[in-house]
Design a protein around this ligand. Structure first.
Ligand code: ARG
Length: 459
């Protein structure tokens, strides 16, 4: 017999194959503590509206404490004959406390129960992810602070564009991760609503107090429509979308770390504990952690698409399809959380090779824009200045030298407006210092931005 919860209706047991196919306890037992919290709040409400005696409530509380202990110690026996986490716990409760356990499911269905459990679990998970995002931001801020004045080439099209500071570059990621945390917090508002009371789909004929349950469980309010309450998984999809963006940002950072660590570039070195060697090539030190993070981004994106696809054809209200929401959701949360925690640690383990960065910035005509801006300050229209500098770059490039290595006379050949003060405009420091406005790469601006972020993060 599959489950005493509904088996009287059936004349034969389900096959072993179907039992295994339909059982979710293997993965939803992870919701056990949320399930118990939800049941206790529901039971307290039943008692307060007169649907459960005080003695029954006491028995349920004692039984649930025993079950919590059994689960925590690993002594709890999970059975796939009892399909899911909800029926496993309810059955054990009844074993422990008798009829009181059988009364718990009054005015409730597994449909509103499971929706409540996922929301409780996800709410806690979001809080963990926000904390991990903040720790990563703090780690990046520390690195940015060390390198507020370290000059590297900034790229567009992966071609040297203009000098930037490494601190400024890292702050771009701080911005991304701060938006990610904001998205997670925003998503949490829609997660934090109580489905219980919707029962199977239509509500219940008992005089329940949903607000009381919502308050007891720390929800901001109740789901307003019973059909929506049991069938909505938007909140999980939204979480996975926010998670996919987190991973997208991690993946972009990973790609840069991998590139920077390539001996051809040589901008950074990663601490050994984040790298592995090769079984055949003795010289290898591979950036495995960022590569794996880049790879795991595909897996998280896949989970988002899985959940969207899971929902798209479902009529109202609850359908068993929804049992398939859990594994993608759990794996998304685990992947994001582990990745963020590793990256917070790894950011501290980035060794910057400032000389290599500087050399690369000096080699790519990265101050050509500064020369054009210099000519504009001397009165030349920008388009003409652009053209004059383009000719100068071409000449310098043909000779294999940098703009700053051309003599004053050579530079004057491209524009008579060039004066002796031109060389200040052509230095890397001059270039970054000149971009001295909020959002610009000047070291002073980077330090101000770091201070503002630290204040926002509270520490
Ligand atoms: N294990 C189910 C799920 O994850 C619980 C709800 C099942 N409800 C039902 N009527 N079969 O969605």
């Amino acid at each position: 017999r599959k489950s005493e919860a509904w088996s009287a209706r059936f004349s034969e047991p389900v096959s072993e194959l179907v039992k295994r196919y339909t059982a979710s306890v293997g993965f939803d037992k992870r919701l056990a503590m949320a399930d118990i919290d939800g049941s206790l709040a529901h039971a307290a409400m039943l008692e307060s509206v007169g649907l459960l005696s005080a003695d029954d409530l006491k028995a349920i509380r004692a039984g649930m404490e025993t079950i919590r202990g059994e689960i925590a110690s690993g002594a709890f026996h999970w059975s796939i004959d009892l399909e899911d986490v909800h029926l496993n716990i309810e059955k054990r409760l009844t074993e422990l406390v008798g009829d009181a356990g059988k009364r718990l499911h009054t005015a409730r269905s597994r449909n509103d129960q499971v929706a409540t459990d996922i929301r409780l679990w996800l709410r806690g998970t979001i809080d963990d992810i926000v904390a991990a995002l903040e720790a990563l931001q703090q780690a990046l801020l520390a690195k940015a602070d060390e390198h507020a004045g370290t000059i590297m080439p900034g790229f567009t099209h992966l071609q040297v564009a203009q000098p930037v500071t490494f601190g400024h570059h890292l702050l771009a990621y701080v911005e991304m991760f701060s938006r990610d945390a904001e998205r997670m917090r925003d998503c949490r508002k829609r997660v934090n609503r109580l489905p219980l009371g919707a029962a199977a789909l239509a509500g219940t004929s008992y005089p329940i107090d949903r607000e009381m349950v919502a308050r007891a469980l720390g929800f901001d309010g109740i789901c307003a429509n019973s059909l929506d309450a049991v069938s909505d998984r938007d909140f999980a999809i939204e979480f996975c979308a926010a998670a996919a963006l987190v991973m997208t940002h991690v993946s972009r950072l990973s790609e840069e770390l991998i590139l920077w660590m390539s001996p051809r570039v040589g901008f950074i070195d990663l601490a050994d504990r984040f790298c592995t060697g090769s079984s055949i090539m003795p010289q290898k030190k591979n950036p495995d952690v960022p590569e794996l993070a880049r790879g795991k981004t595909g897996r998280v994106n896949g989970h988002l698409v899985a959940l969207l696809t899971l929902m798209k054809g479902q009529p109202l209200a609850y359908n068993k399809d929804n049992q398939e929401d859990k594994e993608p959701l759990f794996d998304t949360a685990d992947t994001v959380l582990e990745t963020l925690r590793i990256f917070a640690d790894m950011s501290g383990g980035i060794a910057v090779r400032a000389d290599r960065m500087r050399q690369a910035a000096a080699e790519g005509f990265s101050t050509a824009t500064d020369l054009a801006d210099y000519l504009v300050r001397k009165g030349l229209p920008f388009r003409d200045a652009h053209e004059a500098v383009a000719r100068a770059v071409r000449a310098a490039s043909d000779r294999g030298v940098d703009l700053s290595e051309l003599s004053l006379d050579e530079l004057r050949a491209f524009s008579p407006l060039v004066g002796a003060d031109v060389f200040e405009a052509l230095t890397l420091e001059g270039s970054v210092n000149a971009r001295n406005h909020p959002g610009g790469t000047a070291p002073g601006q980077v330090r101000q931005a770091i201070a503002a972020h630290r204040q926002r993060l509270g520490g």
